[in-house]
Design a protein around this ligand. Sequence first.
Ligand SMILES: O=C(C[C@@H]1CCCCN1)Cn1cnc2cc(Cl)c(F)cc2c1=O
Ligand SMILES: [Mg+2]
Ligand SMILES: [Mg+2]
Length: 570
Amino acid sequence: MRASQLLAPTLRETPAEAEVISHQLLLRAGFIRKAAAGVYTYLPLAQRVLHKIMQIVREEMNRAGGQEITMPIIQPAELWLESGRWHVYGDELFRLKDRHGREFALGPTHEEIITDLVRNEVHSYKQLPLLLYQIANKYRDERRPRFGLMRGREFIMKDLYSFDKDEVGMQISYQKMFDAYTRIFTRLGLKFRPVEADAGAIGGSSTHEFMVLADAGEATIVYCDTCTYAANVEKAESRLIAREKQEAQPLEKIATPEQKTIDEVAAFLGIAPEQTIKTLIYHTEKGLVAAVLRGDRQVNEIKLQNLVDTLQLHLASDEEVVEKIGVAPGSIGPVGLKGKVWQVIADPEVVQQNNLVCGANEDGYHLKNVNYDRDYAVDLVADIRMVEAGEHCPRCEEGKLLTAKGIEVGQVFQLGTKYSKALNAVFLDENGKQKEMVMGCYGIGITRTMAAAIEQNHDENGIIWPLAIAPYHVVVIPVSEKDQQQREAAEKIYSQLTQLGIETVIDDRVERAGVKFKDADLIGYPYRLTVGKTLAEGKVELKERRTGNTRVLDVEEAAQVIANLVKEEL
Ligand SMILES: O=C(C[C@@H]1CCCCN1)Cn1cnc2cc(Cl)c(F)cc2c1=O
Ligand SMILES: [Mg+2]
Ligand SMILES: [Mg+2]
């Protein structure tokens, strides 16, 4: 490819709206251009990277027995009504009407479409297991699209759906996909970790997310420094450390004028936040939920919403708390709260501690020496807190939890019969008995993976593409456009490399060498071959982008040496 023809409009400046490095570099290196918030055009260099990522994904899906199809992006509302999800998803679901006024969704995912196809075409156990997948655009009207391709409103996803005759079969398909994902992210040259994750609205039981470790990641994971335990913090179980009970002291009401937050009350009373009880009131469509936990802990809202089985859970406003409970949030406590709200749920850690301080449910007052059971009751004691770094691992004896940020590039779900039941996707088993198919679904964010690769592979000069997904392998740069010898030698090596199957760009632009070098580093070609003054002694210089290492090559052998290097690394 000739740089003089390649549409790769590089920028010197970092666009203001780009907050994370992958977004900045995708714009500056001429890989993407924004069409609307969260909607992008992939320019030629990005197209080549995406193609390579999709190829690796396709190979591994096929190897795992997947059959590629392409499902419609325009999805009839009827299917979403049948699955019960049409009214569950709100503004995030792009909806449209056709010329006859019929309602459709732009596909954010394809459980309904694929289950409808399979219920019509599969009727016998002999046709199972069946693994069908696509690699295509998805649409989700994110409230805050940001970070470039990391959270877009239109993005490319590989989604595979598995259909088995029973749970055992589903587990086998799940494991096949889990292993295929491990191979994919390894081949892509990414540092990643599968973590236990929350199934969320999709339902079903076990699920894992594949996280690319990067500080710009929106997900927080915890992992054990000893065993293999790793989980999205949304899902991570907290470990209860048994504590000896103190002598229960008599309950006391104390004036705490203007003391609202945990820290203010603790400071006012000269105690640690661990000695206080935090009570947060949440709004759900089923009623108010009080979360009761130790003052120094954070609520895990995913755990809470799973416990009360709701999708719409958020902190109640101060007005709602005052209106429904008659006291401001800063003075809320569990004593006398049960019965005033739909559910009071306490974390096990706080109920095992005694003589704590909490809001008196009276503005300006708190209670001292509060003891669970003697002074207050709850509807449920369950793990509702966010685990923290440094805590004991919930799975092994001596491990400690570490924390990291991750970019979720894949997720594998055991769906069970959630959709086959809703859409009546059944088959006749060996005994002629009608059974619901047992499903799994498995996603990889293709465009998000390209961004994640940059988050993990860049330096101050630009992108450093892993060879397997680099847009081209080598860029050949003649230093002086005026020097006939240099230009001819560069052209010769360019055509030799191309003959040898090496994806090569020759920077034939009439530009200063410095501009060409900067662009080469910014775009992130893995290898750069410079044809400069040393050509007079029959020498050219090869530089490896990742390490910065350079080596001098004879101009005659250069193409072959580079071809060997690239082929042995691929
Ligand atoms: O998509 C999944 C689960 C898996 C992920 C892998 C491939 C198959 N689906 C979960 N999810 C996420 N966001 C959504 C957004 C909207 Cl607007 C929606 F209507 C539905 C969903 C939705 O169901
Ligand atoms: Mg998630
Ligand atoms: Mg997820």
